[in-house]
Write a protein that binds this ligand. Structure first.
Ligand code: SAH
Length: 261
């Protein structure tokens, strides 16, 4: 078999440019753990450079059987470290017995879900380097006050430092996607627990941005019920709040709900 036939429903756009692949593989920092998991290796354009790094113990997860057969044939050294299946369905908690880095030129149709899964398992994943649709990469890195600032920006920035590394043109893929791509690196910050109710924080961020043009006192009605908060933070819109302010907002909501009881 010479190459894998690109399947649209699996978000397959194979990177052709070796230099860019190398640059992505080399974007993992030196602090990264030895265990590296690549999501969606396809024909292994990134994998080959990960395997060249003696320090890494690289495993891959690939949903496409045709790609898996290709990898088995071309990368015999991956034996026992190819997981065939859907990354989104994997249980990351018992995958490895130690923390691991995630890397990939990700399937764009599931990029948000990959990021949500990383947030959920943040204590297992100290670092991720990934290529996304440029717009998603920018959104993740976006700071408060920007139009692109949203749920993923806040939730990721609460636990990770985000760096937008570089943009990749569509013509270096086969087949070319419709949009440009962006590579980001996220590294776990020192926050272990938020100083507020975490479940409520997640709920407030999601609910607030679901109606991003409304003020928080309006968009959070389902949480506040008939409470009428006085504090001026509730007169703001979600995109005006940084992570710290979302934490303060959560603490204020907690207090209001407690007073009500
Ligand atoms: N990394 C390769 C392929 C990128 S295309 C390259 O840069 O050329 C995205 C890859 O993700 C494809 O190989 C596709 O089969 C795989 N993929 C899609 N959905 C997946 C999922 N849910 N779990 C694991 N792999 C997936």
């Amino acid at each position: 078999m010479n190459s894998v036939r690109a399947k649209k429903h699996l978000g397959q756009h194979f990177l052709k440019d070796q230099q860019i692949a190398k640059k992505i593989a080399e974007s993992l920092t030196s602090n990264v753990p030895d265990t590296v998991l690549e999501i969606g290796p396809g024909m292994g354009v990134l994998t080959q450079f990960l395997l060249q790094n003696q320090r890494f113990e690289t495993s891959v997860v690939e949903i496409d059987t045709e790609s898996v057969i290709y990898l088995q044939k071309h990368f015999p050294q991956l034996e026992g470290r190819i997981i065939t299946g859907d990354f989104l369905k994997m249980n990351l908690a018992n995958l490895f017995d130690k923390p691991f880095a995630i890397i990939g030129n990700f399937p764009y149709n599931i990029s948000s879900q990959i990021l949500f899964k990383i947030i959920e398992h943040r204590d297992k994943v100290p670092e991720m380097v990934g290529m996304f649709q440029k717009e998603v990469a920018e959104r993740v890195a976006s700071k408060h006050g920007n139009k692109t600032y949203g749920i993923l920006s806040v939730l990721l920035q609460a636990f990770y430092t985000i760096e937008y590394l570089f943009t990749v043109h569509e013509n270096v893929f086969d087949p070319p996607p419709k949009v440009k791509s962006g590579v980001i690196r996220i590294t776990r910050n020192s926050t272990t627990n938020l100083p507020c109710n975490e479940a409520l924080f997640f709920r407030i961020v999601k609910t607030g941005f679901n109606q991003r043009r409304k003020t928080l006192s309006n968009s959070l009605k389902s949480i506040l019920l008939n409470l009428k908060p006085e504090d001026e933070i509730f007169r703001k819109r979600p995109e005006q709040l940084n992570v710290q302010e979302f934490i303060e907002l959560t603490l204020k909501v907690e207090k209001l709900l407690e007073e009500k009881i």
